[in-house]
Design a protein around this ligand. Structure first.
Ligand code: 3H9
Length: 696
């Protein structure tokens, strides 16, 4: 028997224990071990019942996702589940930790299920673009009906043991001694002569076929992401569970699973899953983070208040600093509004709000931060202002405190240099709205100490954010790529596209909003100010599109001023603006450009190539550690469609040669912007993809 599955017999009960750290994923060795264990239990006359449990922190959390896309190795998980269910002796699954996906399907194939009260169970396959493919779509509705089964499978959200028991998914919940209690249950079943109770034969959830079909119809009508194959296929499978004999239902599920697992959407979602976890693998990962109990936030604007709000949510003491009483009151008010919103969304109770409020302090002087462990400066993007603040912080903060800036673009090394402790200075770049956005760019300066980097990553974990390590440059990872994306879009405007066409093409690609909708939302004046700041450093040979500047000169700053690339009515609805089109036409004319017809595919190709090329440059410059980190930034912070996996993953799917050739086609228009990054040639020569660099 393979080592990944342990085997002991006590009181006539075979205890089969999965042992495959870290999450007991059901890889080949575990599947083989389970099948062997069931065969031995069948053959061993001492054994009257079987308990399937797991060592370590969790019952299996699913199939081994790393095996998807590789040639399948027998036995497959559906076969393992069938063998468990067909065992002639009662099989009890003992669940702890997170029994998810294939792990929960193993439990569903057992005849009884008991769980620790702290256990969570679920079928999250949809989040990976697939469906429960080891009988989950057939067994779950047999136990709990279509409505609940679809809720589990379409949201992918795990539920607690008590809820699962109330639903009829599991048979018992225990507070402790899970294994002892599972063995006791097995002994009792054997003593009472109770045989197996195969889920395939149960119809508890199918007693009302009319309600069952109504739930199927409601789910089909409510499909939210029709472009992803998995949700629709899950509904089909749950319907098949009602209409087809069990084995035919399993075959139906198998075919649907195969379609989904081989889809590019699933490849993108699986890439995103591993990319997010890989991002935490940084050179500083082994360092001990500095303890952070009291944090200061400087600036009570939308960003500062948002940062204070999430720090409070993570249990920290927070001191918010503003320059005068009115500004401070405004900042505290913003935090209060965010807390009310969290209560309204059911994310926080009033009691928790009160406890958080008791940990929030306001002050007008950075002296209040003398004992703080960390400070995050979140004032207006002005270098001199920030430098002044860092000088002050250097004067008042205790030795060993972390000095962080939330700057989006500015040079962290320069800020570090104004202090006497550059090793303690770091960038913690949050995204707006802070409570909702998952991304935190941890920007590492030339002299930032390794344990300060580890502190940034630990803080991100406490805040429930995905941290990505970035080096110092203008815009770090995300804003560098965003700038390239917008530049490509601006070229398209000047060459003949409209902002509305570009936005529609990028929405069709999967972005929730097009680039000009986002600009209107965030305010055109922000990027205008940045362009003015950088005007002196711009390469005179580079193509410069001044359409955005012209809009700002006209006082059209976007949604907040009622006009931007779109025109907004009193209710905030956007419409296309002929005056903007006239302004673009005038810009073209001034430059002697004759508008050409540009198709949506070309818009998408150019925007993608610009993002990928900038990503490749970031890798070449060492700003990003690996391609998948760039993907995480774009997925978690910039609305890149998750099912595409990120721009570098999209480039891998398109093929390196194709991307390089497109860049080569464009390069004549602007040899600076479109010049293919150096690493393309080498990658093409050695037949490498970006994903080959992820693990290296
Ligand atoms: C499925 O089951 C299909 C079947 O229906 C049908 C088959 C035919 N496989 O997240 P963490 C790794 S699909 C391989 O940091 P946490 C993860 O990469 C599956 N590896 O820990 C990481 O590796 P590393 C359905 C996996 O405590 C390490 O484990 N199941 C898998 O924050 C620790 O992970 C799911 O979708 C896996 N299935 O969270 C559940 N899972 O250390 C996916 C994890 O090298 N997993 N790893 O970076 C999770 O949601 C979380 O990992 C879990 C633990 C909640 C379990």
């Amino acid at each position: 028997m393979a080592q990944a599955v342990g085997w002991t017999v006590r009181d006539g009960v075979a205890v089969v224990s999965v042992d495959n750290p870290p999450v007991n994923a059901l890889g080949h060795a575990v599947r083989r071990g389970l099948v062997d264990a069931i065969a031995v239990a069948e053959a061993d006359s001492r054994v009257r019942a079987v308990v399937i449990a797991a060592a370590g922190r969790t019952f299996p959390a699913g199939a081994d996702i790393r095996e998807f896309g590789k040639p399948p190795e027998d036995p497959w998980l559906p076969e393992v589940c069938d063998r468990i269910e067909a065992c002639s002796k009662p099989v009890i699954a003992a669940l702890h930790g997170t029994a998810l996906g294939g792990g929960f399907e193993v439990a569903l194939a057992a005849h009884y299920r008991i769980a620790l009260a702290s256990a969570r169970v679920g079928l999250p396959e949809v989040t990976l673009g697939i469906l429960p493919g080891a009988g989950g779509t057939q067994r779950t509705p047999r136990l709990i009906g279509a409505e609940q089964a679809l809720r589990l499978m379409l949201t992918g959200k795990p539920i607690g043991a008590a809820e699962a028991m109330a639903m009829g998914l599991i048979d018992g919940v225990v507070e402790d001694d899970l294994l002892e209690q599972a063995v006791a249950l097995a002994v009792m079943l054997a003593d009472e002569g109770k045989g197996p109770r195969p889920t395939r034969d149960r119809r508890d959830g199918m007693r009302d076929p009319v309600a069952y079909e109504a739930a199927i119809k409601a789910a089909r009508d409510g499909l939210k992401a029709p472009r992803l194959p998995a949700p629709g296929r899950i509904i089909d499978c749950v319907e098949a569970a009602l209409l087809l004999p069990f084995d035919n239902g399993l075959a139906f599920e198998r075919a649907a699973f195969e379609d989904c697992v081989t889809s590019p959407e699933s490849a993108g979602l699986r890439h995103a899953f591993f990319a997010e976890r890989r991002a935490a693998k940084i050179p500083e990962a082994k360092e001990t983070p500095r303890p952070v109990g009291h944090a200061g936030v400087i600036g009570g604007g939308l960003m500062g208040a948002g940062i204070a709000h999430v720090l409070l949510g993570a249990g920290l003491r927070v001191t918010l600093i503003e320059r005068d009483r009115d500004a401070l009151a405004g900042g505290l008010q913003r935090v209060a509004v965010m807390e009310e919103q969290a209560i309204a969304r059911g994310k926080m109770t009033e009691k928790e709000r009160d406890a958080q409020w008791a940990r929030l302090f306001g002050a007008l002087d950075v002296g209040a931060l003398a004992e703080a462990d960390l400070v995050i400066e979140a004032v207006y993007e002005d270098e001199a202002l920030k430098a002044g603040i860092f000088r002050e912080l250097d004067r008042v903060m205790r030795p060993g405190a972390v000095l962080a800036t939330n700057t989006s673009y500015l040079d962290i090394d320069q800020l570090a240099r104004v202090t006497s402790r550059p090793a303690d200075v770091i960038g913690l770049h949050f995204f707006s709205p802070v409570p909702a956005m998952k991304l935190l760019e941890v920007v590492v300066g030339a002299q930032t100490a390794p344990d300060v980097v580890a502190t940034g990553f630990e803080l991100a974990k406490q805040l429930g954010k995905v941290a990505v390590r970035a080096g110092v440059c203008d815009g770090f990872i995300g804003n560098r790529i965003l700038t390239a994306y917008r530049t490509a879009a601006d070229f398209l405007l000047e060459d003949g596209a409209t902002p509305y066409q570009v936005d529609a093409a990028m929405r069709a690609f999967g972005f929730p909003l097009g680039p000009y909708q986002v600009l209107d939302m965030t305010g055109l004046d922000i990027s205008w100010a940045r362009r003015q700041r950088l005007a002196g450093t711009r390469d005179p040979r580079a193509r410069y599109v001044a359409i955005g500047d012209r809009l700002c000169e006209a006082g059209w700053f976007g949604r907040k001023s009622g006009r931007g690339y779109y025109r907004y009515d009193a209710a905030g609805s956007a419409s296309e603006d002929p005056e903007v089109l006239a302004l673009i036409a005038a810009e073209r004319e001034a430059k002697g450009i004759v508008a050409r017809t540009i198709g949506d595919d070309e818009i998408r190709d150019r925007c993608l190539c610009a993002m990928v090329n900038e990503g490749a440059r970031l890798l070449g410059e060492g700003i990003a550690l690996r391609p998948s980190d760039i993907d995480v930034v774009m997925l978690a912070g910039y609305g890149y469609p998750r099912w595409r996996g990120g721009p570098m993953q999209t480039a891998d799917q398109r093929g390196m040669l194709q991307i390089r050739n497109l860049l080569a086609d464009y390069v004549g228009e602007d040899p600076i912007f479109w010049a293919p990054a150096a690493i393309f040639e080498e990658m093409i020569k050695y037949g490498r993809k970006f994903s080959d660099m992820d693990e290296g």
